[in-house]
Design a protein around this ligand. Structure first.
Ligand SMILES: Nc1ncnc2c1ncn2[C@@H]1O[C@H](COP(=O)(O)OP(=O)(O)OP(=O)(O)O)[C@@H](O)[C@H]1O
Ligand SMILES: [Mg+2]
Length: 329
């Protein structure tokens, strides 16, 4: 009996989706390496609906009613959880997960491969083909996450065009054609370029963008931030949970606001909210105002000086004073 994984729609609207998980063949030359790339499920992961949406695409794919590949790219601001979603989707389907950043520095030879010189054991050298990151991932079952899609240079993207459209394969300079296997999925993530600057990114080349279905990943809602905090820190006192969630959503609303004079320039990422601020609460647990101390030393220290006033305006509107400590039961 193959293993089945069940995806529920957190909104309760859609019917649950059941999918067979993938398996890495024991005969694969790189079996050991590949199974080690299957991610562990994160016990603190809160599905805000993304896993279910990804499962919907997966289900349609498997029904074989669409005869062209669908590749999904998640676009959202820093720390909204794009990479985490894809990693957890891979964990659910037991797919080896290859996260390959397409930064401006990366060249197509890093991704596709190149011919390298090796010692031949007899004092001379011989040249041998060595797979690049994407080629290596394509050799078996894989979920490939091309992260920071819009940071890559044009020539890198062109090298991937054929892989991502109907052709579905990479032609190597050696003459070999590496096809997209039925158990390989390609996804991507990127930051939006329209609103604020993310150094090194650009608007996506149109022909490249047309090879993707682009889904926006928004900042989490206040209840969702609360849910994530409670899941991860079950003993955090309620007043701290709700105040942090409000600070977060208000800063992020200000970030997306249209008035350039009053909006903040740096959003509060989930890393700030779920990792740094709670660390501060532990560090300052026994001070008079743990949340304020933690805000100063782990949030304010993190932002551009011109954002100070905006952040403090939000602080004053939401908290003024942090809740009574200690923050954890
Ligand atoms: N749904 C979730 N449930 C619990 N924790 C989450 C969730 N989504 C993200 N996180 C946490 O938030 C942090 C940021 O997530 P991630 O790295 O995926 O963001 P990102 O959108 O890829 O950011 P960037 O654009 O900066 O690369 C991680 O520490 C992750 O553990
Ligand atoms: Mg990321």
């Amino acid at each position: 009996m193959p293993d089945i994984v069940r995806f529920e729609d957190p909104t309760g609207e859609g019917t649950p989706i059941e999918l067979e998980v993938f398996a890495v063949s024991k005969d694969a030359a790189d079996y050991e390496q590949r199974v080690r790339k299957i991610p562990e499920p994160d016990p603190y992961y809160v599905d805000l609906g993304m896993l279910y949406r990804l499962a919907l695409v997966e289900e349609v794919r498997r029904r074989d009613v669409i005869h062209a590949p669908i590749h999904v790219a998640l676009r959202g601001h820093m720390g909204t959880g794009k990479d985490h979603d894809l990693e957890q989707f891979a964990a659910s389907l037991r797919l080896p997960y290859y996260r390959i950043p397409l930064t401006g520095e990366v060249r197509d030879i890093t991704l596709i491969g190149s011919t390298k010189l090796h010692g031949d054991g007899k004092g001379g050298t011989e040249s041998r083909w060595e797979d690049g990151d994407i080629t290596r991932a394509l050799r078996g079952p894989a979920l490939i996450n091309m992260s920071e899609l819009n940071a890559a240079g044009a020539e890198t993207l062109f090298a991937l065009h054929a892989l991502l459209d109907r052709y579905g394969a990479l032609d190597l300079p050696t003459g070999e054609t590496v096809r997209l296997r039925p158990d390989t999925r390609v996804f991507g993530t990127m930051n939006p370029t329209d609103l604020r600057d993310y150094a090194g990114t650009q608007t996506l080349n149109k022909a490249f963008a047309d090879r993707w279905v682009i889904w926006e990943k928004r900042f989490p809602q206040i209840e969702q931030v609360e849910q994530m905090l409670r899941m991860r820190y079950p003993n955090m006192k309620d007043a701290f949970v709700t105040t942090i969630a409000r600070l977060t959503t208000e800063v992020n609303e200000s970030f997306t606001a249209s008035d350039a004079r009053t909006r903040v320039g740096t959003p509060m990422s989930l890393r700030s909210v779920l990792d740094r601020l709670p660390a501060g609460l532990w560090m300052y647990a026994h001070t008079k105002d743990p949340l304020r101390k933690s805000w100063e030393s782990l949030v304010l220290s993190h932002i551009d000086p011109f954002d100070f006033d905006h952040y403090e305006t939000v602080w004053n509107a939401v908290a003024r004073r942090g809740p009574e400590g200690p923050p954890f039961d």
